[in-house]
Design a protein around this ligand. Structure first.
Ligand code: GLC
Length: 601
């Protein structure tokens, strides 16, 4: 198939996706773009020659993974190692090239003045470069680890605290580059065993590979290689990636005051593609997003399929953020209506049915079951026997939380930290519920913070339940990893939530606990045991989001006002629609036929 590169470029731009490298890095090297429709535009050049080729190729199982990469010819082969020695900084100690565009450094920790300085040095050492420009941070930079798996990649969710740290430091380029490059990956052709997931999907992670340039041994090119879950352990779908991307995009605009990025046509298209994917009609009866197990921070089987709280809180936050950012010209009236309706229904559903405290628990304890009617109180047919014995003891008199998941005849009563904290940050929880969640965190400090903040969920699954729900996962044994492990990265979300509710002392106390050992322990990914006393069994050291989570917590505690870039304030239009909905709630009184209201805003 013959076409000119200009024609392809125009076609892509008119489809709303910018493909020009020039947009990102003016006057920089060429790169390769593979748009969705199966046409590839490949442009490569070296000092000695320059050629443009356009090729048609097929998607499907035989689709060559190489061709799905974003390329940029950027340096001579021999200069890769030169670059390492050039970049060696005597102050930073020994440097290791990990072959992924990053430089890891083993710091002489004793020589660094403060914990924050040390964290910054480590964070900078985790930066990943593409064509000489910073585009992200690798997941872990642990030189003692022989099996890196995919920890040498830039994970979208892991980069969020790094991105916030850089924004708050006034270093905007890395965040802008990250946003725009991941956007380009969004439109990649992606397949798993002949099946293509939805177009708006953002990758879980990407990797920068430096390879010799085809046909030119003297030059190399950088390749951005995304993973949409098709290579991930368990082939989990990264549902949270696109939601976090929208949240970071908004934070970028708020922090820099530069709205030109979010207003770009390709960025607006990216937002809409994510929304389209999330708002698509399906068989769902609930406004919550239906996902498979392992589709968020907990990216393995842990019994969180269905409607896990973390996804709902991120979804709500992303919807509100998108509503703020969509330009009038770009957003269709239908999309805005669908978005508003979903926001109202989602907040009603979660506030009403996920919320649990002493009063609600007692109500569930006395539930009647098998209620066939529109007026059912126990709408989801929850059998009171489902209330786990630990919860009867654990629920404090003052405080409450959002349960982990809700499905027909099923409530997952586990406390999931990220979902609860982000419900506060996004205003998915009401003001009273938000305070009550923080009250619970204080009342259950020993369980949730213990010797290292913060438990990913409480309590752990064990015995037969662990065998059935995790499939006897040896990595998720009780009080380890995703099954009740303690994750220092969660400090930053705790900090945003407690600042939003004007209770920063909660975060300050948690930071103190972390500071007492996190550097000595070499910034682990997670801790094990009921109180988080041990470094996790298979925990990586120098885990970037543990480092960045600490940095962001410190930055925000020093400048609480900056938390605004992440907080979603409750929309007054939604509050009004919500109160209409509450008064029409059949639990209270079902309106007579014909009086049903529509909440199109
Ligand atoms: C683990 C975590 C996941 C994280 C990844 C990289 O798989 O569960 O949330 O993104 O490591 O750090």
């Amino acid at each position: 198939m013959a076409a000119t590169s200009e024609a392809i470029h125009q076609m892509l731009c008119s489809a709303g996706r910018s493909t020009s490298h020039m947009d990102l890095y003016p006057k920089k090297s060429n790169f390769l773009v593979w748009p969705n429709h199966g046409l590839g535009y490949r442009s490569k050049s070296s000092r000695h020659k320059s050629s443009n080729t356009i090729s048609a190729f097929h998607c499907g199982p035989n689709f060559n993974i190489r061709f799905r990469s974003l390329r940029c010819k950027c340096s001579q082969v021999e200069s890769v190692t030169d670059a390492i020695s050039e970049k060696k900084d005597p102050l930073k100690g020994e440097l290791f090239a990990n072959g992924n565009g990053t430089f890891s450094s083993i710091l002489q920790i004793g020589s660094i003045s403060s914990l924050e300085d040390e964290a910054w040095e480590l964070l900078r050492a985790s930066m990943v470069y593409y064509c000489g420009h910073p585009v992200g941070t690798i997941a872990a930079n642990d030189p003692s680890d022989s099996s890196i798996l995919n920890y040498d990649q830039v994970f979208i969710r892991d980069f969020i605290p790094s991105g916030i740290a850089f924004l708050l430091k006034g270093e905007y380029d890395i965040v802008r580059n990250f946003i725009l490059h991941t956007l380009q990956l969004q439109s990649w052709e992606k397949t798993m065993d002949c099946h293509s997931p939805g177009q708006g999907l953002m990758p879980a992670s990407f990797k920068v590979r430096t390879v010799p340039l085809d046909g030119d041994d003297s030059a190399t090119e950088d390749i951005l290689d995304p993973d949409f879950g098709e290579a991930a352990i368990g082939r989990v779908a990264p549902v949270d990636s696109g939601l976090w991307w929208i949240i970071l995009l908004r934070a970028y605009g708020k922090c820099t005051g530069d709205l030109s990025v979010q207003e770009r046509v390709d960025v607006q298209t990216g937002i809409k593609m994510i929304l389209k994917l999330c708002l698509a009609d399906g068989f769902d009866m609930f406004p919550t997003l239906l996902v498979t197990d392992g589709s968020c921070m907990i990216d393995r089987r842990m019994g969180i399929h269905g409607h896990p709280l973390e996804i709902q809180a991120l979804f709500y936050s992303a919807l509100l953020s998108a509503k703020e950012m969509l330009t009038r010209e770009d957003a269709s009236a239908d999309l805005i209506t669908a978005l508003n309706n979903r926001l109202v229904a989602l907040s009603f559903h979660v506030r009403e049915y996920y919320w649990i405290d002493m009063r609600k628990l007692n109500e569930i304890y006395r539930y009647k079951t098998e209620e066939y009617s529109f007026d059912a109180v126990n709408k989801f047919n929850i059998y009171p026997d489902q209330i786990p014995p630990w919860l009867v003891e654990w629920m404090p008199n003052k405080g409450g939380y959002m349960i982990g998941n809700l499905q027909p005849a099923h409530m997952d009563f586990r406390f999931f930290s990220l979902g609860n904290l982000w419900s506060i940050v996004s205003s998915l929880a009401t003001n009273d519920q938000s305070h009550a969640i923080l009250d619970l965190c204080e009342a259950k400090w020993a369980d949730l913070v213990g010797d290292m903040p913060l438990k990913i969920c409480y309590p752990a699954l064990d015995g037969q339940e662990w065998r059935i729900i995790t499939g006897s996962d040896p990595k998720n044994t009780p009080w380890s990893y995703h099954n009740g492990g303690s994750w220092p990265t969660l400090l930053w979300q705790l900090t945003v939530a407690s600042i939003k509710m004007n209770r920063p002392e909660i975060a300050r106390n948690a930071v103190k606990v972390a500071e007492s050992r996190i550097s000595r322990d070499k910034w682990p990914e997670y801790y094990d045991t009921k109180r988080g006393r041990f470094i996790g069994k298979q925990s990586r050291l120098f885990q970037t989001w543990s480092i960045a989570g600490y940095v962001v917590a410190k930055q925000l505690l020093d400048n609480p006002d900056a938390a605004k870039i992440l907080v979603n304030v409750e929309d007054t239009e939604l509050v009004n629609a919500f109160s209409c909905m509450i008064s029409a709630n059949p639990r209270r009184k079902r309106p007579r036929k014909g009086t049903n209201q529509s909440f199109i805003i």
